[in-house]
Design a protein around this ligand. Structure first.
Ligand SMILES: Nc1ncnc2c1ncn2[C@@H]1O[C@H](COP(=O)(O)OP(=O)(O)OP(=O)(O)O)[C@@H](O)[C@H]1O
Ligand SMILES: [Mg+2]
Length: 298
């Protein structure tokens, strides 16, 4: 593979940087539009790695765009374009945004993460082991780690400013956004998960869970926003190797995690440098996910 220039951090003087997440830099383009820039940063165990993963930002951006298009009959969304040459001039001045950026409608974001779980993993599994329930949902006894749930469940969380998002009950969720909106966000989230996970399964990928965010535009319409159904916001497992009763291989970061587990590292920053073969394998894995899900090469 020829060397691809990576971007670990963007710094654009012409646009106002309003947020820097673990992976994405968010700029204000004007009153009505934002630019979400997916960098090539990668995090594992909640820690950003020193290396960038070539093409990762572009892959995540194009995968979100694929889903927005595919789901557009279910929900309106915020995406205006990911085509760099179609973006406002002020954006086009910065070549490093090319391919990795989404120009989106700026919305008023609902302060909740709409999580749908079809399988028992992560904080859901933790909750189940402790209480036999997941976020108040009664479940059959003796489910194993990674097991498919009888039906997908909605398990909202707050958007924590720092640290980990916290699971909330549906009552708390309703109190945060109001009854009408709560019902809409829940039913939209479940429908989107259902549609996407059925499709993904036909391609050999299990979407174990997914996190959605929604916001409203000036006219009060509810839009699906943020990134959607990417390996950073969902758990993707290979249907072929899926076997409940243990933790499943994550589709994207397995090489990174496995490598880090071989080290004597306490999982606190600063994270250790990744060797080139791990970086390369990780790019290949992200490209696989994109190709398998979309049926296209990037
Ligand atoms: N259309 C939109 N209108 C307004 N805000 C949006 C829109 N789409 C996404 N956002 C916001 O942009 C921000 C993107 O941040 P990002 O996800 O990169 O970092 P984070 O959520 O703070 O942290 P993490 O890196 O752990 O995900 C989120 O706060 C998200 O709610
Ligand atoms: Mg986020």
């Amino acid at each position: 593979m020829s060397a691809v220039k990576t971007v670990s951090e963007t710094n654009e003087v012409g646009l106002l940087l309003i947020h820097r997440g673990k992976v994405r830099d968010v700029y204000q383009v004007n009153d009505k539009q934002l630019l979400l820039v997916a960098t090539d940063r990668i995090s594992a165990f909640d820690c950003v790695m020193p290396n960038a993963i070539p093409r990762k930002g572009a892959i995540l951006t194009q995968l979100s765009a694929f889903w927005f298009e595919r789901l557009k009959n279910l929900t309106e969304n915020h995406l205006i374009t990911t085509v760099f040459d179609a973006m406002p001039e002020i954006v086009r001045l910065t070549e490093e945004f090319r391919g990795r950026s989404s120009l989106v409608k700026k919305t008023k974001v609902f302060p909740v993460e709409c999580v749908v779980r079809g399988y028992l993993e992560g904080s859901g599994w933790k909750d189940y082991r402790a209480t036999g329930k997941v976020c108040g949902h009664n479940l059959p006894p003796e489910l194993r780690q990674g097991e498919k749930l009888p039906q997908p469940i909605f398990t909202p969380a707050t958007k924590a400013q720092t640290g980990h998002d916290e699971n909330i009950t549906e009552t708390e969720f309703t109190n945060l956004v109001g009854t009408n909106v709560a019902e809409k966000l829940k039913s939209l989230s479940l429908k989107i998960y259902q549609e996407a996970s059925e499709y993904a399964l036909t391609r050999g990928i299990i979407i174990a869970d997914a996190k959605f965010e929604f916001g409203t535009d000036d006219s009060g319409n509810i839009l699906l926003i943020d990134e959607v159904l990417t390996p950073d916001s969902s758990r993707f497992w290979s249907a072929e190797t899926y076997m409940p009763g243990k933790s499943q291989e994550s589709f994207d970061k397995q090489f990174v995690r496995d490598y880090l587990e071989t080290l004597d590292w306490n999982k606190q920053p600063p994270a250790p440098e990744l060797p080139p073969e791990i970086v390369e394998a990780t790019t290949a894995r992200y490209l696989d996910a994109y190709r398998i899900l979309t049926g296209k090469e990037l």
